[in-house]
Design a protein around this ligand. Sequence first.
Ligand code: BG6
Length: 480
Amino acid sequence: MADRPAASTQHRADILVFFGATGDLARKLIFPALYGMVAHGELDAPVVGVAFSRWTLEDLKERARESVAAAIPEHDPAVLDALLGLLRYVDGDYREPATFEALKEAVGDARRPVHYLAIPPVMFGTVIQGLARAGLHTDARVVVEKPFGRDLASAQELDAEIRGAFPEEAVFRIDHFLGKDEIMNLLYFRFANSFLEPVWNRDHIASVQITIAEDFGVQGRGAFYDTAGALRDVLENHMLQIVALLAMEPPAYQGYGAVHEAKANVFRAIRPLTRNDIVRGQFDGYRDEPGVARGSDVETYAAARLHIDSWRWAGVPWYLRTGKHLPVTAHEVVVEFKKPPQALFDDAMMAQHPNHLRFRLQPDGEIALGARVKTPGEEFVGEQRELVVSTGGAGSRHPYERLLADAMEGDRALFTAEETVEAAWRAVDAVLTDHAPAIRYAPGTWGPTEADTLIGADGPWHDPVLQDDARRGSAHRTGK
Ligand code: BG6
């Protein structure tokens, strides 16, 4: 697949405007990404930060310095200086036309701006209207952060609001997982190889598990998190994107348009979740987090059983789980194959599913094929082993760097389309409100045990085991 097939149809932006310049996302991720873009020769256009913080350009530069120093201790001071030289700053209330007049002045002669909304979604509409009133939407692109809405209806409203000023081709919706190398590798590994396709279907696959586990809590984001929860924050977007890449049909032609279409078809085929398909959990202590309502029922853990009603996947359950304050931070997919039709060896059938393909997406990229291997000796007995390839390494860029560079280029390949965002909401919409109360779990555990009932005979859940653990790989199989 060509690397950047869509870019040639677009033009390169000549200025980057980012709203929310004094915020947390800018500090943690955007300045380091901008630094990386300058370092890789992808950014030489002016960058206008916008915020309502009573800051000056000097304050913004100071923030950029601190942020780059914290994220990239070994940074090159000359590159940082080059970035600082590109910065401009506009301070003002997003509700005031004067803010956009000042922005217009800062934009100056630039004609093809990218407007990046690194701000809470409630402000999207206000900023879009301000841009349109000031004529700053013409020939411009807009990059919006997730969460894109909080359910199907609000996502549709948001789309209508954005589309009032920008055509769909100019809207870049970020799901930063799509900018991760290991996620891109799911697509590559599936379609750059021929051995997988014959077995990648309901005839050979018993079930698929996807785990996005985090060993930390809400990290000072309680006020935001309490409006979202695990279903909206991770499952509806990041996890369903992973499902789509694993479940999609081969793209019909070379180019990302075909990937988008194939993914959209998966979303359309996902059977909407019902309350019996999910387990919600909340870690003990969540309600004491700053910004969280004392009686909050928001879930910090969600497990779901999903079905894709397509020819390829009929009858194959997909199990997803994500949570905060779990034992490790690791993202992993385990695809379990059906067992052999006959038991030729006494021990072989003891493993419920002797074969699996495991994709470790984070922290270290890894692809492993699980199989039974005979142990030395006269007996025909074996054990579960994994053939492992490490897929990580130098050269991978931070997803934000990649995605912002793509937005500047006009390459929409790694962004999500309106249709897919809405189809993803449709899959989870009912359970956002129709669900049992969140079940408490102790921090540092794998969440409520009710999730074991959800997975039932297709279990157990495969808890990712990190590399430094001597028993690496062993917890992926229980039926020795
Ligand atoms: C974000 C969620 O979208 O993704 C966070 O809001 C989550 O709650 C994060 O921790 C996980 O992404 P990453 O790239 O940090 O693993």
